[in-house]
Design a protein around this ligand. Structure first.
Ligand code: PMV
Length: 382
């Protein structure tokens, strides 16, 4: 598929009226990381993630047809109307986050709309109210862009489905992922579950740089209900945004080796997910986390997102694994928090270990028990 397959042609806007859609969309955690991109939001290497379950965004999008359009078209000499017509070329929306009006979020949404309007031209014909909330605290250091952008993309796709009810579920999900990607790269992995690949990869048929797809092979039982307990080491805002981090991969001395390493890791992990080889899973996933942070530490300018407690937790995990033979491991996002990954079968022992030995390193002992999830859900449709 190419980007032009997602352009909505010849739609009948008489079907556009007003309505409300609410989507609940999960966050995701990458096992093989995406770090480095090219225009327009295309990844430099393939990545794969677990879709999460407990960390999600719920977004309601209310829309109605802008009402002065046809009148404007018929009176182009009227100066006042011309002015309104000028405004009419923009987007008209309000955004609320956790019940509060957030005008400061508007530029990000406008950038998103500008990137996607070519594919969903009806955006300019509508007035919107966006109302969003997260299941996790905003300042928790958990990126809300993946779940937030995917929820908005799904709401927009629900409007497209009103215009074009015959679109298949497959097309709906692909285009939702395609649109979400243009909002935030990793958001394209937050539409479906349980394992999503984004980025063209030779061993994954139908993989694409344009959107995420479900991992196409049968996944071993060992990965069923896999757990991800997120230890909130640092709940503050990140000092370096992922947008800046991705940009620093442009002139990075190790970028080509890193992109190659990630693609090789995905090849290896593909086998591991089929065979259930947990030792190899641990080796690949931890190497990915540390390689991501190594890129940050070796960029120009360099930076460190891990905190002393991030390292303390990592060393504790290694010691526990060494002493008990457990299959606990960690991964990291672009921040200080630690995602502790483990199989369902070991949950009792590992939960005890986390409570007794790890949460002391979390800010105010905060942590979130999450696990692999099945993807986004339409909550209401009026
Ligand atoms: O989607 P972005 O631009 O916020 O980038 C996310 C990058 C990582 O979370 C660090 C890795 C990944 O693949 O999710």
């Amino acid at each position: 598929m190419t980007a032009s397959d997602f352009i909505l042609n010849n739609y009948n806007n008489s079907k556009l009226n007003s309505g409300t859609f609410t989507w609940k969309t999960p966050s995701n955690i990458a096992l093989v990381k995406y770090w480095g991109k090219r225009e327009p939001q295309l990844p430099e290497n393939a990545s794969i993630s677990f879709t999460l379950d407990a960390c999600f965004t719920v977004t309601t999008l209310e829309y109605k047809l802008k009402n002065h359009k046809s009148k404007l078209a018929s009176d182009s000499n009227n100066e006042i109307l011309k002015q309104v017509q000028h405004d009419d070329t923009g987007y008209n929306f309000d955004i609320y986050f956790e019940g509060e009006k957030k005008d400061e979020f508007k530029p990000k949404i406008e950038t998103f709309f500008n990137r996607i309007v070519e594919y969903v031209p009806f955006l300019k014909e509508l007035d919107f109210v966006i109302d969003s909330r997260n299941s996790f605290p905003h300042s928790s250091g958990i990126a809300s862009s993946a779940s937030g952008m995917s929820a908005l993309a799904l709401c927009i796709m629900s409007i497209e489905k009103e215009l074009n009810p015959t679109i298949t579920e497959e097309y709906f999900n692909k285009k939702a992922s395609f649109l979400a990607r243009l909002g935030s790269g990793s958001a394209c992995r937050s539409i479906e579950g349980e394992l999503i690949v984004w980025g063209k990869h030779v061993e994954i048929p139908d993989s694409s740089d344009l959107f995420g797809i479900q991992f196409p092979y049968k996944v071993h039982e060992n990965f069923k209900n896999y757990h991800d307990t997120i230890l909130l080491v640092d709940e503050g805002e990140k000092q370096v945004s992922s947008t800046v981090g991705h940009k620093l991969m442009y002139n990075h001395p190790f970028s080509q080796q890193r992109f190659e390493q990630a693609n090789n890791h995905l090849s290896e992990l593909t086998e591991v997910l089929k065979t259930g080889d947990l030792s190899s899973f641990i080796r690949i996933v931890e190497s990915e986390a540390l390689s991501l942070h190594a890129m940050m530490m070796t960029s120009n300018p360099y930076f460190i997102l891990m905190k002393p407690n991030t390292l303390k937790i990592i060393h504790k995990i290694w010691k526990f694994r060494e002493e008990t033979g457990s299959h606990i491991c960690f991964t990291l996002d672009a921040g200080a928090n630690v995602h502790v990954l483990f199989p369902e079968i070991e949950k009792i022992a590992i939960n005890n270990f986390i409570i007794n030995e790890l949460i002391q390193y979390c800010q105010e002992n905060h942590y979130i028990c999450d696990r692999i999830g099945i993807g986004a859900k339409l909550i209401s449709n009026n």
